[in-house]
Design a protein around this ligand. Structure first.
Ligand code: S3P
Length: 178
């Protein structure tokens, strides 16, 4: 999408969605981005946890991934009705066609593209991701990447290798605001 079309879409939709792998920084960047725009920030995982009053780990353990994906799809569909909002969605949500279609129709999507090595380093410090419990994290991310990269790459904006959050925010704002 060219720059003018992107800016027009931004002013029409007033809704930004952050996509990318677990550990790519969607929540951290999303919160600051929302603050900069004076918009609200939503994180689909947090909303699901609040609604079901338990952790994502427990939802996967007790109800299973298929159940989670169903709730995730519904939660995101509701979130994407909002305006003046930045939404971070779970890394696997884009596997649902319905979710992908809503994202491309209703939002400006931003793909946080972080090197696998960096993701692995960050994810080794976390135990909040059920898909990464008791597995070789690098192998797992590579497998997930095989299925997901082509969807992430369809985003309106791609931000590569965020080492400096401030710089990433500046870059995103420059792309969407004239
Ligand atoms: C998942 C990503 C997680 C969470 C769940 C599954 C995935 O969200 O939805 O653990 O399939 O990539 P984050 O991307 O916010 O970590």
């Amino acid at each position: 999408m060219n720059n003018i079309a992107l800016k027009e879409k931004f002013y029409q939709k007033k809704l930004l969605v952050l996509i990318g792998h677990m550990g790519s920084g969607k929540s951290s960047i999303g919160k600051i981005l929302a603050r900069n725009l004076n918009w609200n920030f939503y994180d689909s995982d947090k909303i699901i946890e609040n609604k079901l009053k338990t952790t994502i780990n427990n939802i996967f353990k007790i109800k299973g991934e298929i159940f989670f994906r169903r709730i995730e799809k519904k939660t995101i569909a509701k979130l994407l009705k909002k305006n003046n909002a930045v939404v971070a969605v779970g890394g696997g949500s884009i596997l649902e066609k319905e979710t992908r279609d809503l994202i491309s129709k209703k939002t400006i999507s931003i793909f946080l593209n972080v090197d696998i090595e960096v993701l692995v380093k960050r994810l080794k410090r976390s135990n909040k991701r059920p898909l990464l419990n008791n597995v070789d994290i690098k192998k797992k991310i590579l497998t997930l990447n095989d299925k997901r990269a082509r969807f992430y790459e369809k985003a309106d904006i791609e931000i590569r290798n965020i080492n400096n959050i401030d710089q990433s925010i500046k870059k995103i704002l420059k792309e969407i605001i004239s």
